[in-house]
Design a binder for this molecule. Structure first.
Ligand code: FCB
Length: 474
């Protein structure tokens, strides 16, 4: 066979139809905190509580997206984005969490969705990205079962108004963080520090997901897609010693199977129930809850930043919890006997080790554990110390390297049979990074918060080129 007759090189790019997106969340970018009838969420209260958020930053103005959404959609279009993942603010739509609907709040999302569609960008909406109406927290928040029912009502209202134009809906973003950082170690709103509350909140969040899924299905056209986004952990034992393997089993339970088993198999894992027995008897789980929670969904969203390396406690070594989460208290209920160690490699500005293999491990594990279920990477990206140089340019080669590595991992997972349908880069814009305030920049577009000027970073141009070619540069 002559060289000419050899088949053309194997296509190394992403599959046709692969969805290229970027992600944001309401409280992190919108601002307009008190406009058009929005009432405070737990993050408004928390960010006003001294000592909770770095520099006393709040989301009052954030990236002012509420007023600048047209400019932001134009930016997205200029990058060639096919989809945009954003969240709806519950306290805009149902202020106070229950009762009358605020049409002015819905109107904002109406305008945003129409702008996206006019630009040829598919809207992907998340109903809950952590901004629980404060009134509901005052009534117990996610530790109160009633909150799950209020969520379902809100889901129905949003779907009835926007369901004719939004094709993909996500109930919750990272319920692990809502429960374990919000109610367990208190580093996130509402700032409670009770392992029992964390597990109660966890169950009620899943119940909200199930009830919300039912509400969405009843209000949406049959072709609409319903999803859930989890920050599953790529858990690695430090060694193959039995004690390290058991630490990995325990954390895999508390990070992964505590979600995957109820949502996809209608049961909580027996070992997680046993591991947490010292914290709670799980009597908050009522008959019928697991059937509700395991209603079929159309895809699973995965947010991934860094792997989780664990080892057994060792009397010779100091206890460490370098799990990427700030705070002195562990968010992991009943993690006694587990050390969390950093993976090797360079670190982002969050101090999170850069390790793209973790994303590959997660995607191929889900390929095996949930055969046939479409997967979306709904968040992935990195914070670095970006600044705009005297010429006005923002050069972020480390972010480009991070994205290149992780998109390479996604491509490799797809090549090995993982049904990954899309990738949403976190984040479109620099924004309010929760307890870190504006000190951490995750955007591919730089935001000067004083002037609200947007400047695409080099990584934005790089990503636009990946989207255009459907492949990574050599
Ligand atoms: C995720 C959150 C997102 C953002 C990134 C960095 O846990 O979903 O809002 O803060 O981390």
């Amino acid at each position: 066979m002559s060289v000419e007759a050899l088949p053309s090189p194997v296509r190394t790019g992403f599959p046709a139809g692969f969805v290229w997106g970027a992600a944001t969340a309401a409280y992190q970018i919108e601002g307009a905190a008190a406009e058009d009838g929005r009432t405070p969420s737990i993050w408004d209260t928390f960010s006003r509580t001294p000592g909770k958020v770095r520099n006393g930053d709040t989301g009052d103005i954030a990236a002012d997206h509420y007023h600048r959404y047209r400019e932001d959609v134009a930016l997205m279009a200029s990058l060639g984005l096919g989809a945009y993942r954003f969240s709806l603010a519950w306290p805009r739509i149902v202020p106070g969490g229950r009762g009358p609907v605020n049409e002015a709040g819905l109107d904002f999302y109406d305008r945003l969705v129409d702008e996206l569609l006019a630009a040829g960008i598919a809207p992907v909406a998340t109903l809950y990205h952590w901004d629980l109406p404060q009134e509901l927290e005052d009534g117990g928040g996610w530790t109160n079962r009633d909150t799950a029912y209020r969520f379902a009502e809100y889901a129905r209202v949003a779907a009835e108004r926007l369901g004719d134009r939004i094709g993909t809906w996500t109930t919750l973003n990272e319920p692990w963080c809502s429960a374990f950082l919000g109610y367990g170690n208190g580093i996130h709103a509402p700032g409670r520090t009770s392992p029992a509350d964390a597990l109660t909140a966890h169950h009620h969040l899943l119940l909200a997901h199930g009830l919300g899924t039912a509400a969405l299905r009843s209000a949406l056209p049959p072709a609409a897609q319903v999803s859930l986004t989890l920050n599953l952990a790529a858990v690695r034992p430090l060694s193959q010693d039995a004690a390290d393997l058991d630490a990995a089993r325990r954390i895999d339970g508390l990070a992964n199977r505590i979600f995957l088993d109820p949502v996809f198999h209608g049961r909580y894992p027996a070992d997680v129930l046993a591991d947490t027995a010292e914290v709670t008897d799980w009597s908050f789980v009522r008959d019928g809850d697991l059937a509700e929670i395991s209603r079929p969904i159309d895809s699973l969203g995965i947010n991934y930043y860094t792997p989780t390396v664990v080892a057994a406690d060792d009397p010779e070594r100091p206890a460490v919890r370098q799990d990427g989460h700030a705070g002195d208290i562990s968010p992991w209920p009943a993690d006694r006997g587990v050390r969390f160690l950093p993976a090797e490699g360079s670190r982002t500005a969050m101090g999170w080790p850069v390790d793209a293999d973790g994303l590959y491990e997660l995607l191929t594990r889900l390929r095996d554990d949930l055969p046939g279920l479409p997967l979306l990477v709904t968040e992935n990206g990195a914070a670095y110390e970006d600044y705009s140089d005297p010429s006005g340019a923002v050069r972020d080669p480390e972010r480009i390297a991070y994205l290149h590595g992780h998109l390479g991992a996604v491509r490799r997972a797809i090549g090995d049979g993982a049904p990954v349908k899309g990738y949403f880069l976190w984040s479109l814009l620099d924004n309010f990074e929760w307890a870190f305030g504006y000190s951490k920049r995750f955007g591919i577009v730089h935001v000067d918060f004083a002037s609200q000027r947007r400047t695409p970073k080099e990584s934005a141009r790089w990503y636009a080129e990946v989207i255009r070619t459907g492949d990574l540069p050599a």
